[in-house]
Design a protein around this ligand. Sequence first.
Ligand code: ADP
Length: 246
Amino acid sequence: MIAIAKLRKTFDKLEILKGINLNIEEGQVVVIIGPSGSGKTTLLRCMNLLEYPSEGTLRIGTTQIDFHAGLKPKQMNVLALRRQTGMVFQANNLFPHMNALENVMEAQVTVQKKSKEAASIRALELLKMVGLEEKAATFPHQLSGGQQQRVGIARAMAPQPKLLLFDEPTSALDPELVGEVLKVIKKLATEGITMVIVTHEMKFASEVADRIIFLDNGQIVEEGTPDQVFKHPTQERTRLFLSHLH
Ligand code: ADP
């Protein structure tokens, strides 16, 4: 369902992603791990075109874009591709002047052109799914960091994207709030939602992932099931990275 081929990204003449090839089946959960600065966030941002790849091909569902240096992709294709992805960011990215319900309604009304009534019904269902139905009328600053992230997940899912992207969704949280967010993500995984997750939570990664991708220096160095990558890594760089975590 998702195909990334020969994807490269250059910032200021520095190549950050050096030819990424990655195919993801519908319903798969892919976790990206790797050292800081290896390009994990850049890869995610290229997948929903918050950054344009410099070279390569990106296909999500039926929308495919070929990138060539210096050439801007067609706006129509960019919008079509963005509509198929939802993103959950590191720290709270909610609209501060909207309550939880309105945050989850927003894209449905402005992008999908749904009626407010239909949007609010779906928003309430999604808030229920993340366990925050009773916080519908609460504003972001009155929510804990963990609750804000759960609203962020509901908001990302609202337009029914084909692919959900998570950029270190718990890294800005106090340790006691991490569990509730990971629990929600695990629940989505069991419901067959296709996800790509960047995280440093290795225990969570091994529990939730169908596939682990180890990214180092802008390249996929190793990939496989959690068991393969965590317990039987074949590459020295993977072993070194994992050994530093303990
Ligand atoms: P990771 O998520 O693995 O920590 P990032 O994708 O955030 O890595 O960053 C990879 C490299 O790309 C870093 O060296 C970072 O400084 C650089 N980088 C990321 N975004 C930009 C940008 N907008 N402009 C210039 N350099 C960037």
